[in-house]
Design a protein around this ligand. Structure first.
Ligand code: HEC
Length: 191
């Protein structure tokens, strides 16, 4: 090995050590602002977005979606979506909740963003969530069948007329309504 090569290798090693030291200083001194009111610096932002997209595509590669998404699945998914997703992702002719408006990263409006993901990728995203972004994992609390209903609905969103969207009721509303009815039917016993 000649002297030029040795010099280059030492140079590269020194640079690597310097980079690790700088990274450790930033990590250990709190030098990076994690405030959700402060955008990621462009390099970190690019790295996170690219990591997220490639990770989802890879993790979801072997998932098998159902043969078709029926109107019944879409309707069932609509109830879940309105109860658990719309405050962050909005709907057709419906904007996010005010507090979700200031989230960083901003939850993308799925009426548009759903086009960019295959059904199996939406399934994976809903089941597992996205680390350090605010996108929750629904897998621990919802079975695959329920999640596929949500996927059916999400994939239908970009083509959905606003009236159709408005016509679906939230699963949560129905539950509240049931509880209320239950309370009323028991009321006479307390008197
Ligand atoms: C508390 C807010 C919040 C809730 C509730 C939420 N999400 Fe998300 N979601 C996010 C955020 C933030 C991102 C962006 C993640 C990123 O870019 O790394 C995201 C990303 C996504 C993506 C990927 C979109 C893209 O183009 O990046 C999909 C699909 C998605 N969410 C679906 C859902 C569904 C379906 C539900 C309901 C079952 C849901 N989300 C509930 C905040 C939320």
């Amino acid at each position: 090995m000649n002297a030029t090569w040795k010099g280059a290798i030492w140079g590269a090693a020194a640079l690597l050590i310097l980079m690790i030291v700088v990274a450790l200083i930033v990590i250990l001194t709190g030098g990076y602002n994690v405030a959700a009111t402060d955008r990621h610096n462009p390099i970190v932002g690019w790295a996170l977005t690219t990591t997220m997209g490639n990770s989802v595509r890879r993790q979801a590669a072997d998932i098998k979606p159902p043969a078709e998404f029926t109107p019944a699945m879409i309707a069932a998914g609509a109830g879940e979506y309105k109860a658990m997703c719309s405050h962050c992702h909005g709907g057709v002719g419906q904007s996010r909740a005010e507090w979700a408006e200031v989230m960083l990263p901003k939850p993308p409006p799925l009426a548009e963003a759903a086009k960019e993901w295959d059904p199996k990728e939406v399934f994976w995203l809903v089941k597992h969530g996205v680390k350090m972004s605010g996108m929750p994992a629904f897998g621990p609390t919802h079975d695959d069948k329920t999640i596929w209903n949500i996927v059916a609905f999400v994939k239908a969103l970009p083509e959905m007329p606003a009236e159709q969207y408005a016509g679906y009721s939230s699963h949560h509303d129905e539950e509240m309504h049931d509880d209320h009815a239950h309370e009323e039917s028991e009321a006479p016993h307390h008197h």
